[in-house]
Every structure is written in structure tokens, then in C-alpha cells.
Design a protein around this ligand. Structure first.
Ligand code: MN
Length: 257
């Protein structure tokens, strides 16, 4: 089994190499990751300037590793389309420090990279731990290896994109694993204004997240000290709005003509 590992925190992030060390027990691991921190770039793909990639000395021995001057999504596109000359069976993105819950998935670079693997028909996993310091990467790495073994046994569907979040706890304090749906979480963003000497600038500063820990959601699972596994797909169509918009086209046509 050949596993592509990427992240959005940059190729030298500790979370990435903890994940690599664990997945190495299951299959051949290759790393293609951004050369710098790229958190919150979401699904962004670079189309207007060239991408450069170079092989680097891996932090885990004998792992073929490339860093890319691009986004996490660029890394997966480049890896699958050019850098790696044979098939990839599984894509892992992480381990991100900081959770990616609810509406976060829409701007998450971690999920954005995993999405590219999923679009190319490869089972893909985004992996995050809910803390920014003193992160328990070890638990997430063990989970990733267990998951990879399940993929290897073909116990899971091929067409799958999993967004996994872990509470930042040692193994013996985790209360279980839940398969969840996305919750709702919003941020009270503040806009700070400043002046750089030449021009005015604005800075978006994320406030504390507000959430509704509704039962069955990813946010709820983490508040219960449980691991959350949310299956995602790329179809953003709102089924609810589809039926409620039935009257819109005739109304528009009446107004237009
Ligand atoms: Mn990140």
C-alpha cells in the first residue's frame, strides 16, 4: 500500500512527521507538503504562477519527501499528476494542530488537500487535533495507522473523504469514537485597521468560535471527549433549497420578459 501524506502547517511541522512514522508501519509513505504554513487557504489551487518542488532530507529516515511552493491542494494535484510515478492508495492530510469542525471545513487547508485526493477517486483523510500547543499527536497517529489497516483490508468504501478530529487528550482519557455530521460553528471576526506608512490596511482577526453542541455533530463529540469521524462529500447542493426554489424560475421569467 502506498500512502501520500501532506498537511497545511508546512513540511517541517511535527504533526506531519508523527503521522509519517505511524503510517510507515502500514505501507510505503511518500510526503509532498507545502514549504511553509498554509493554514486556512482552503481549497485554493495555484493557476497563475509556476509551482516549484524540491526533494528534501526527510525527518523520518528513507521517506521520499518533496516540498512545494504552493498550497496543500497544489501538493496533492502535483503529487498525483507528476511527482510520484506509481499509484497512491490513500491520502492523509495532517496531523493539523487545531480542530477543523463544522463550517471550518470550508476554509481548512487540511480538508482542502484531502478533498483533492477524494476528487481523484482516492480514499482521503483529514486529521486534526483540537489544540494549538502541547498537542497529543501520538493518539491521532495511532488512529491513522489503524484506519490505514482498515483501508488495506478493504473494510471501507473507496469513495470516501473523512474529516477526523480528536480531543487533545492522552489515549486513556478518550471516551470513544463517534461517526458524526458537521455542526455549526461561527467566529466573531474583528477587522483591525492600520497604516503601513504608505497605505491603509485591514487585518481579519478571528475571534473565539461560537458553536451549538447539537447531539450527533462533530463539535458535540469533541465536547464529550470523543474522537469525531465525519464523512464528507464535495456536493454542496442544498437539497432543502432545491425544493423551496421551484417557484423562482417562473417568477424570474415573468420579470425578465
Ligand atoms: Mn493548519
Amino acid at each position: 500500500m502506498r500512502i501520500l501524506v501532506t498537511n497545511d502547517d508546512g513540511i517541517y511541522a511535527r504533526g506531519l512527521w508523527t503521522l509519517v512514522a505511524a503510517l510507515q508501519q502500514v505501507g510505503e509513505v511518500v510526503v509532498v507538503a507545502p514549504d511553509r504554513e498554509q493554514s486556512a487557504v482552503g481549497t485554493s489551487v495555484t493557476l497563475h504562477h509556476p509551482l516549484r518542488a524540491r526533494e528534501i532530507e526527510p525527518l523520518v529516515k528513507e521517506i521520499k519527501s518533496y516540498c512545494v511552493e504552493g498550497t496543500p491542494a497544489d501538493c496533492v494535484i502535483l503529487a498525483l499528476g507528476n511527482l510520484l510515478n506509481s499509484g497512491i492508495d490513500l491520502v492523509f492530510c495532517g496531523i493539523n494542530d487545531g480542530s477543523n469542525l463544522g463550517d471550518d471545513v470550508l476554509i481548512s487547508g487540511t480538508v482542502g488537500a484531502a478533498l483533492q485526493g477524494y476528487i481523484k477517486g482516492i480514499p482521503s483523510v483529514a486529521l486534526s487535533v483540537g489544540a494549538l500547543k502541547d498537542v497529543h499527536f501520538d493518539v491521532a497517529a495511532r488512529l491513522a495507522a489503524a484506519l490505514a489497516r482498515n483501508f488495506e483490508k478493504q473494510a471501507l468504501p473507496k469513495e470516501i473523504l473523512l474529516n477526523i478530529n480528536l480531543p487533545n487528550l492522552p489515549f486513556d482519557r478518550i471516551q470513544g469514537i463517534e461517526v458524526t455530521r458537521l455542526g455549526r460553528r461561527s467566529y466573531s471576526d474583528a477587522i483591525e485597521e492600520g497604516h503601513d506608512g504608505k497605505r491603509k490596511y485591514y487585518w481579519i482577526v478571528r475571534g473565539k468560535p461560537e458553536w451549538q453542541p447539537e447531539e450527533g455533530t462533530d463539535i458535540w463529540a469533541l465536547t464529550k471527549d470523543k474522537i469525531s469521524i465525519t464523512p464528507l462529500h464535495s456536493d454542496l447542493t442544498s437539497q432543502k433549497a432545491l425544493s423551496s426554489l421551484k417557484e423562482l424560475p417562473p417568477a424570474l421569467l415573468r420579470d425578465l420578459f
